[in-house]
Design a binder for this molecule. Sequence first.
Ligand code: TXA
Ligand code: MG
Length: 318
Amino acid sequence: MKNIYSNIYRPNLTNLKKAKKNIENNKVIGVPTETVYGLAGNAYSDTAVKKIYSIKKRPFKNPLIIHFKNLKDLEKDIIPNKNFLKLYRAFCPGPITFVLKKRKGSKISKIATAGLDTVAIRIPSHKVIRKLLKIIKFPLAAPSANIASKLSPTSAKDVFEELGNKINFILDGGKSRIGLESTIIDLTKGPSILRPGIITLNNIEKILKKKVGVKKNLKKIKAPGQLKLHYSPGIPVKMNKKMVKKNEALIGFGKNFKNKKNHFNLSQKGNLMEAANNLYMVMRKIKNKKFKSISVVKIPKKEIGFAINDRLRKASSK
Ligand code: TXA
Ligand code: MG
């Protein structure tokens, strides 16, 4: 395996130009965003998009998020609607992804959208990916830069840990400010949240001034075996626990939870934003310390706590 430092590049102008060249040559690279790191390639190129699926070992039926720099660019590929424009004004650039109708004649690879007539689009705020989007002439398809079903990376080093020498180029944009994937909202019909995130249901309803649905996949799933494992540290995760067994780590939350050798606090202050930011980092740390499993205390089911509970539920499914 290559040395970690030979793959990671500081985001200066020279390296941004190298990143551009890689991308224009249909290579895929690691890029920072404010949520998690992405594995990015030219969204208009089937060749680049196929590489993303292959490196991530992602099934082709699971479409990718397409990243744009601004409204003018994305209007070439999707059909904006009123709800979208309101949310765009309120939250973009930022950690929210919109599912919208694909425009006829759009150049987005059909492989990236899994043949659907809708596209998930996002306008990220991290300055490094924005700089890259400004110097290229196409949008970037970028799922999280991890092997399918595993933990999303929140630093350049995590991307290396996840993908190693499968990619040659990772732009280092520091630790992801948010640390959890974007909120996804379907706007093709009555708005409905497909994946909770830092931008909450409440935040969105305030802007749209109406009720927004929440897709609860779990309720539709009949047998527990059908639950899809996702965001997994590679060891079992159990929710709503108070104690740990031998070789197990306990993740806690709030001022009464003391850090110990096998106890890891997501936020001493009991701040859900901070807890969300630490979640993947702490799970990764526990896995690397060779604990055999993870128990997690009850995390409040409010505001950003919904997103944390959503990721934990998927990480704990079998
Ligand atoms: O924060 C994020 O969104 C990160 C960063 C890198 O931008 N990206 C990310 O991508 O989390 P990914 O591929 O790991 O998750 C994308 C999700 C998948 O669950 C996929 O099924 C859904 O978006 N998706 C993509 N296109 C869709 C569509 N047309 N309709 C419904 N869901 C879609
Ligand atoms: Mg992902």
